[in-house]
Design a protein around this ligand. Structure first.
Ligand SMILES: Cc1cc2nc3c(=O)[nH]c(=O)nc-3n(C[C@H](O)[C@H](O)[C@H](O)COP(=O)(O)O)c2cc1C
Length: 191
């Protein structure tokens, strides 16, 4: 079993990555393979609304000059998908929005290709707006017919500078509980 996580921060190895790694710790304890794919520095742009994915039906985006199709391949082979985003002006990062729009449309064009995979949001925030980010990511999971585990709080960690979230005790705890529940759910779905 495998979980792929996308870190949508423009800052590599920052707070979003630290939170994802806390979830990974719990998944790995249960023998689940994990992979972190950091979007920072990689080219990924928004949907151009060409709708060619509905004609081609080849599980790919027709725009091929960025990392989007590589992301889709990783999502398809995984049992669980984590979308991690920092809070940028009370919203998801541009990179995560591009991934949601394009992977989401390709999934619809190809008969709901992420259906019944497990999804989880991970959000880093300095002060406010994280619940909106959490909701935006969950909108993608739910409309993709995915299953989402709960946690002891909404999946967010508070911090500004790199590594600050590690001092947010409740955020750390939330990620661990979410990781435990994600592992539990993945195993139940495989029974
Ligand atoms: C462009 C930009 C916009 C931001 N907007 C918000 C915001 O609306 N609310 C907030 O609490 N923090 C905001 N922040 C702070 C980040 O969410 C915070 O530093 C977070 O921990 C960054 O995670 P990272 O280390 O994974 O990049 C913003 C940061 C940047 C760079």
């Amino acid at each position: 079993m495998k979980v792929i996580a996308f870190n949508g921060s423009a800052r590599k190895d920052g707070n979003t990555a630290a939170l994802i790694n806390l979830v990974f710790g719990e998944l790995q304890k249960e023998g689940i393979e994990t992979e972190l794919f950091q979007l920072a520095g990689k080219k990924i742009h928004g949907c151009i609304a060409c709708y060619k994915c509905f004609q081609n039906k080849d599980q790919r985006c027709s725009v091929t000059n960025d990392v989007l199709n590589e992301c889709i391949e990783k999502m398809l082979e995984a049992d669980g998908i984590i979308l991690g985003s920092p809070t940028y002006f009370a919203n998801v990062s541009t990179e995560i929005k591009a991934l949601i729009d394009r992977a989401g449309l390709v999934a619809k064009a190809n008969g709901e290709m992420f259906r019944r995979k497990v999804g989880a949001a991970v959000v880093a925030v300095r002060r406010a707006g994280a619940v909106f980010v959490f909701d935006a990511i969950n909108h993608f999971f739910f409309i993709s017919q995915m299953t989402v585990p709960g946690a002891s709080y909404w999946n967010l960690g508070i911090g500004r500078d790199k590594g600050d979230v590690e001092a947010d005790e409740e955020g750390v705890q939330t990620m661990k509980v979410m990781g435990e529940n994600m592992a539990w759910l993945l195993k139940k779905l495989q029974e």
